[in-house]
Design a protein around this ligand. Structure first.
Ligand SMILES: *Cc1c(COP(=O)(O)O)cnc(C)c1O
Length: 424
């Protein structure tokens, strides 16, 4: 029981060490990813992983909750203050489960839900056909205009009038523009639907005041905790006082058993971090970096969906370059630049072989990279795209990526990647 990981399971220790080295020696541009602080990581790896705490503070089904009640109450209070929400539930194990809980709180099996279609930037859990959510509910999808990148609110309202959804879901996984949650909320009110706003990607921008908050305009707001919010992996729900009881019951006992208290303690730490001028500066830099990265890519001849970005995320339309998204993302990975291939709104290509590349700036901004480094990254991406079949050049770009990474250290945790930059 007391043998250190390094001695007890050297194989796993070595893998974790290698992953730490990889995360350090790689330009990570996947927009849903980040680096947590040392403080958040410490709480994630705490003794609270040993504790069962089914129920809520003050109403648990197990004893020994002297500490867990305090931990969860602090997380809830910090989230309530930061998001200005009436009620918060911090127990969802992930963003997808938080959404499922939200649906089950206000809709019954067979009811209609309406969200943004996956190939148009929506999330699987918003009722897309391969998701269980589309089997439990009758799912209707709206789209975004492929040319302008904007929502056609008249069209969306017509669709809602036609299908009478119980819930209208707003929010996206691959959308580079601001979303007008207020107008969506008004549509939901007019058609008698609940408005669930999923801000998984942008919650860090919302708390920093850089994106309209849906909290005043939505009945329920869901978010992940590990994207721009920069906390541990998990989900969170916010709602009006009227729905507090229904949301809590939907999470536990509706969908989950015991909450992951170690994650909740780490979330509390992340929320403390997010409630600071440093975090606001971080979020501003995320957006500045994305602007410069997008403008430089366009100067280099890349076409971007909607012609740019207002947030942390950029969707590169590769159709004009004639390179499949997967081929470019794999070549970039060999060049130590992590991205993910993605569908482009209006492109009929299948999600498994799409013509888009999704990138974003939350993780590189956490490392301290700024506008100057974004220009370098755009050049590196361009070099790989223009030499997609030349492994020598791809390897050369890999060395340049490594050099850039070596100047921007990442927060180090208990497994130290000794040989991080040994390839320089
Ligand atoms: C990432 C994401 C989720 C899912 O979060 P998981 O924690 O991976 O389950 C849900 N909704 C949106 C909009 C997302 O971007």
């Amino acid at each position: 029981m007391i043998t250190p990981l390094e001695q007890y399971d050297p194989q796993m220790y070595e893998l974790l060490r290698q992953e730490a080295a990889r995360q350090s020696a790689c330009i990570r541009l996947i927009p849903s990813e980040n680096y947590v602080s040392k403080a958040v990581m410490a709480a994630t790896g705490s003794c609270l992983t040993n504790k069962y705490a089914e129920g809520y503070p003050g109403k648990r089904y197990y004893e020994g909750q002297q500490i867990t009640d305090l931990v969860e109450s602090i997380a809830i209070e910090r989230a309530r203050k930061l998001f200005k929400a009436d009620h918060v539930n911090v127990q969802s194990h992930s963003g997808a489960v938080a959404n499922l809980a939200a649906y089950s709180a206000v809709a019954a099996v067979g009811d209609t839900i309406m969200g943004l279609a996956l190939p148009y930037g929506g999330h699987l859990s918003h009722g897309w056909k391969v998701s269980f959510t589309s089997k439990v509910f009758n799912s209707v999808s709206y789209e975004v205009d492929p040319e302008t990148g904007q929502f056609d609110f008249n069209k969306i309202e017509e669709l809602a009038k036609q299908h009478k959804p119980k819930i209208i879901i707003t929010g996206a996984s691959a959308y580079p523009r601001k979303i007008d949650f207020k107008t969506f909320g008004e549509i939901a009110k007019r058609v008698g639907a609940y408005h669930l706003s999923d801000i998984a990607h942008i919650s860090g921008l919302v708390v920093a005041g850089l994106h309209q908050s849906p909290v005043p305009y939505a009945d329920i707001v869901s978010t992940t905790t590990h994207k721009t919010l920069r906390g541990p992996r998990g989900g969170m729900l916010m709602c009006t006082a009227a729905l507090a009881d229904a949301i809590d019951k939907a999470v536990f006992p509706g969908l989950q058993g015991g909450p992951h208290m170690h994650t909740i303690s780490a979330l509390a730490v992340a929320l403390k971090e997010a409630d600071s001028p440093e975090f606001v500066a971080y979020a501003k830099q995320i957006i500045k970096n994305a602007k410069v990265l997008s403008e430089t890519l366009m100067e280099k001849g890349f076409k971007l969906f909607s012609g740019g970005t207002d947030n942390h995320l950029i969707l590169i339309d590769l159709r004009s370059k004639g390179i499949p998204g997967k081929k470019l993302s794999k070549a970039l990975d060999r060049a130590r630049i992590e991205t993910n291939y993605n569908t482009i709104p209006g492109d009929p290509a299948k999600p498994f072989n799409p013509n888009g590349l999704r990138i974003g700036t939350p993780a590189v901004t956490t490392r301290g990279m700024k506008e100057e480094q974004m220009k370098i990254i755009a050049s590196l991406i361009t070099k790989v795209a223009e030499n997609i079949d030349n492994e020598e050049i791809i390897a050369q770009v890999g060395r340049e990526s490594l050099l850039l990474c070596s100047q921007f250290p990442v927060p180090e945790h208990f497994i130290i990647p000794e040989k991080r930059f040994s390839l320089i």
